[in-house]
Write a protein that binds this ligand. Structure first.
Ligand SMILES: Cc1ncc(COP(=O)(O)O)c(C=O)c1O
Length: 377
């Protein structure tokens, strides 16, 4: 008899990350490639992390502390929470997966925005849940429409603030009004992977405090972005103890490596590095905005480390023309693409290359048209 795959997984597509730099170099014979496709930290990581990792190497033959005791203690001290309200995970990715596994039953509705981080939908489907997709309004989460989408089947609501890929945010007042209305049996997962980059004053800076007031709220953060530890796979979730206890039952016993735990503790201790990364991101964002304005490119206002923009041509075409020239961005859909903010040098190279690609594509368009007079000129 043939192997029977669970029907829920048959329609899923594997996650497609951007091509690794080495592959692009090989494919196009390039020596210098800049990846602005995965919202990574162009500054790398704190020197304190480097030192912690060197020390962690002495313990590679031992299993990690499965409870992440020291990391939880460090996070609890930072946020004024109890360690029992915090659960580290192998990146936020693992937590998205765990939350869906722990809470989504067959037929449950899971409310997600369109567009947002894709794993919210795929993990819901994996469990037989039904994604209820609510469009963004002006590229931003539309909490009123999300509220309207609640039914008696709703189990989870995913909020991403600032949002990936649009970089847009909603303010504290909107969030509180929303949480006040959502029935307490519906879980609201508030993913703030990019919180440290936010510049606006009305951002809910202390969303983690909401877990006491709203027992149905989970707040997810990661060390992959501003802390620059994407390769190590470590993030954490803050929620009331009952939820943390439930999630703890389904995690892999040693889901966060000891290298990652020690690196994360060291990263937390270097807030100067975080400030530098924040400042570099802000400077880069303002530079790209200015260049986009000059080029007549429209974009969503970003509070994250990436910018969602209308690249004016088919996104796959722009993506491959950019990639050929050594700049990897993230194609999205139609004429929309996302670019991560890099170092100033990388940002300048991105803009120069985009201008070059526009000239090439404009010439192609004209050649395809073939007439002297038409509006394509
Ligand atoms: C909104 C959001 N959530 C979660 C993640 C997953 O992050 P990680 O698994 O690296 O912690 C990402 C990664 O890009 C993201 O953009």
């Amino acid at each position: 008899m043939a192997i029977q795959h669970r029907p829920e997984i048959m329609d899923l597509q594997p996650y497609r990350p951007g091509k690794p730099i080495a592959d692009v170099k090989r494919e196009y014979g390039l020596t210098h490639v800049v990846k602005l496709a995965s919202n990574e930290n162009p500054l790398g990581y704190s020197e304190k992390v480097g030192e912690a990792i060197r020390q962690a190497l002495d313990h590679l033959s031992l299993y990690p502390d499965g409870n992440c005791t020291e990391l939880k203690d460090a996070l609890a001290a930072k946020f004024g929470l109890k360690p029992s309200q915090i659960l580290p995970s192998g990146g936020s990715d693992e937590m998205v997966d765990m939350i869906s596994k722990a809470y989504v039953n067959h037929g449950d509705e899971v409310i997600v925005a369109d567009v947002t981080f894709p794993r919210y939908i795929s993990t819901a489907k994996m469990m037989g849940g039904t994604p209820v997709v609510v469009p963004l309004k002006d590229f931003t989460y539309d909490l009123d429409s999300i509220y309207q989408a609640i039914t008696d089947k709703t189990k989870l609501i995913w909020l991403c603030n600032p949002n990936n890929p649009t970089g847009t945010m909603f303010g504290e007042k909107k969030l509180l009004e929303f949480l006040d209305k959502v029935p307490g049996h519906i879980m609201v997962i508030y993913d703030e992977a990019y919180n440290e980059y936010v510049t606006r004053d009305d951002y809910p800076r202390e969303a983690y405090k909401l877990i006491d007031r709203y027992p149905n709220v989970l707040v997810m953060r990661t060390f992959s972005k501003i802390y620059g530890l994407a390769a190590l796979r470590v993030g954490y979730t803050m929620a009331n103890e009952e939820i943390i206890t439930a999630l703890n039952k389904i995690r892999n016993p040693f889901n966060v490596s000891s290298v990652a735990q020690m690196a994360a503790i060291a990263a937390l201790s270097d807030q100067d590095f975080v400030s530098k990364a924040y400042a570099l991101n802000k400077e880069g964002k303002e530079y790209i905005y200015r260049a986009f304005d000059e080029m007549g490119i429209t974009y969503a206002p970003s509070e994250a480390n990436h910018i969602f923009f209308n690249c004016q041509y088919d996104t796959q075409e722009i993506f491959s023309e950019m990639q050929k020239r050594g700049i990897i961005i993230r194609p999205m859909f139609d004429t929309y693409a996302r670019v991560s903010i890099g170092t100033m040098e990388e940002n300048q190279l991105f803009i120069r290359t985009l201008k070059e690609v526009f000239i090439v594509l404009e010439a192609k368009k004209e050649a395809a048209c073939g007439c002297d007079c038409c509006t394509c000129k």
